[in-house]
Design a protein around this ligand. Structure first.
Ligand SMILES: C[S@@+](CC[C@H](N)C(=O)[O-])C[C@H]1O[C@@H](n2cnc3c(N)ncnc32)[C@H](O)[C@@H]1O
Length: 249
């Protein structure tokens, strides 16, 4: 199975994806409300330990798994080292090994996402949680994909994303935890797009990528805009995943 590698953008990951600290604290409060103190949690696709590190500091027994050596390396350097390098479609843990599981911004990357959900279900005792971003208005960076489509390129991520999972299996809890307004300059975002910091860009042919970036710079250079989004926490009881997993077998 083909895998999307984050190795090449590991160093830029936190800068481009980090939530403001007050929003992050509200997310952590909401996650912690669901988990009795000391619960064991598996963070699948833990990346740079954005969540794993902070949850472990709040007293949870967290293990992170990720396929990317570079992302795991950054986690380790931040001081979070309860890490396993593994593919989420084959979790190296016994059945019902963890009370909780967390999966954030991962399922869109996996063509065989249902195999990962089945594996999560297998190692889980209580609930699966996720953190989902909902943009109030289209984010400026989406213009890149609009222009790609105008050029006839319309490939998307291979998986369904955690929002897609929620459309298949309604979460037991959907909780809005923060609303963020983030001022950005178009040039800063275009620099990040130019460097292909986002996984949706990694398969775009270089010539097309250059053409779209040039068009964007001509159109938007010097502009500023607001990125407004809501942050939600989703929770599924473990049993809710059974139907989906059985259906997929
Ligand atoms: C967008 S990042 C999300 C990281 C983290 N969950 C967060 O929200 O900051 C996706 C992560 O999933 C990892 N990943 C992708 N495919 C994977 C797989 N098949 N098994 C394990 N990890 C995977 C990537 O290496 C990357 O670190």
């Amino acid at each position: 199975m083909k895998r999307v590698s984050f190795d090449t953008i590991a160093d830029e990951y936190d800068e481009t994806r980090e939530l403001p600290e007050d929003a992050m604290n509200k997310v952590l409060d909401a996650l912690c409300e669901e988990m009795p103190q000391g619960s064991s949690t598996l963070d699948i696709g833990s990346g740079t330990a954005r969540f794993a590190l902070r949850l472990s500091r709040r007293g949870f027994s967290v293990v992170g798994i990720d396929i990317s050596e570079e992302m795991l390396g950054i986690s380790g350097r931040k001081g979070f080292d309860r890490l396993v390098r593994a593919d989420s479609s084959f979790l190296p843990f016994r059945d019902a090994a963890f009370d909780f599981a967390l999966v954030v911004h991962v399922l869109h990357l996996l063509e065989d996402w249902v195999v990962t959900v089945a594996e999560i279900r297998r190692v889980l005792r209580d609930s699966l949680m996720s953190v989902v971003i909902e943009n109030e208005a289209k984010w400026f960076g989406e213009s890149y994909h609009d222009l790609l489509r105008e050029h006839g390129y319309d490939k998307d991520h291979p998986g369904i994303g955690e929002k897609g999972l929620a459309e298949r299996v309604k979460p037991r809890l959907v909780k809005g935890v923060a609303s963020v307004t983030h001022h950005q300059t178009a040039d800063r975002v275009m620099d990040r797009l130019d460097e292909r910091c986002f996984s949706s860009q990694w398969e775009v042919p270089e010539e097309l990528h250059r053409a779209v970036i040039t068009e964007m710079r001509e159109k938007y250079s010097g502009e500023e805009f607001e990125n407004c989004y809501d942050v939600l926490v989703y929770v599924w009881d473990v049993g809710q995943l059974d139907e989906l997993v059985t259906e997929a077998r």
